[in-house]
Design a protein around this ligand. Structure first.
Ligand code: MN
Length: 296
């Protein structure tokens, strides 16, 4: 497939596939769309899951996500609207508000809850799961709350606002860096008629998720509430353009190329490790986790 290229000096990845996602519910009845499902875990390695939630009706979010365990990967929650309070098995707590993120390394395991801190109004955001390399799956759990003002951002000469949650963009280092998977996580606000180019290494898997308006990715439309999986076609950049005021996530990372075995909230490299995880969980080892809080 031929990539587009131009004065930026980059070639632009085309859209390989548009994905609408699967409406489902999780936790205590929270309605959400599972955009990155288990079938896409190898194609989008190192990313394991993306959930998008956008609910006006409190009945669709009020139950939240009561106590549940995780092991073997990282969860990245990014809020657009609304407030969620989290607690974990080590007694840590935090409040996640609009524009803020929480980066949690589940590592060897913890139990936590994520509950709405509001009884009405819009609740909107995303949860992305990022895999850990095999050798780091059993690291001590930790988390970092990153309030909105602590997320680096910049505005291009054209007026495109870019929030850099992870990785770096146009010389601006994001809030989080990860050496093994080199994740890039951008929230891009494009005014109508504007264009934004982001370099992405050739070997990295990449996708966009439009959550307002509609964008063109290398000339093909990625409509509201759609993920566009970007082709690994040898191109080293992503180009997005908006016909109307639009917002999207741009996500990319370096694949781990290791076996992925998921059992619900546990993601390991083998079924033996999953069985050990279930034994550890039943033996109460997750309750005892000492969660390290990394200051923002
Ligand atoms: Mn969770």
């Amino acid at each position: 497939m031929t990539s587009h290229s131009n004065e930026s000096g980059h070639q632009f990845r085309s859209i390989e596939r548009l994905v609408k996602g699967l409406p489902t519910s999780d936790g205590a009845g929270v309605k959400l769309t599972r955009v990155l499902t288990q079938q896409l875990q190898h194609r989008l390695d190192p990313f394991l899951m993306l959930d998008a939630f956008r609910n006006e009706n409190p009945e669709d979010y009020i139950g939240g996500f009561p106590d549940h365990p995780h092991r073997g990967f990282e969860t990245v929650t990014y809020m657009i609207a609304g407030r969620m309070r989290h607690h974990d098995s080590a007694g840590n707590a935090g409040l996640l508000g609009p524009g803020g993120a929480q980066w949690m390394t589940a590592g060897s395991g913890l139990i936590h809850s994520e509950l709405p801190e509001q009884e009405e109004g819009l609740m909107e955001g995303f949860q992305l799961w990022l895999n850990l390399p095999a050798r780091n799956k059993m690291v001590a759990p930790s988390y970092r709350d990153i309030p909105s003002p602590a997320i680096p951002e910049f505005t291009t000469a054209e007026g495109v606002r870019v929030r850099v949650i992870a990785g770096s963009s146009h010389g601006v280092a994001g809030a989080v860096q990860r050496p093994d998977t080199e994740p890039l996580y951008l929230d891009v606000h494009l005014p109508a008629g504007c264009r934004f180019v982001q370099p992405v290494p050739v070997g990295h898997n990449a996708f966009t998720y439009t959550y307002r308006g509609s964008v063109q990715v290398a000339g093909t439309t990625a409509p509201d509430r759609h993920m566009a999986i970007l082709a690994n076609d040898g191109a080293d950049g992503v180009c997005v353009e908006a016909q109307e005021d639009s917002r999207l996530l741009i996500v990319a990372g370096k694949p781990l190329n290791e076996p992925i075995v998921q059992h619900g909230p546990f993601v390991m490299n083998s079924t033996e490790q999953i069985q050990q995880t279930l034994r550890d969980y039943q033996a109460g080892k997750f309750e005892a986790a000492e969660v390290q809080v990394v200051s923002a």
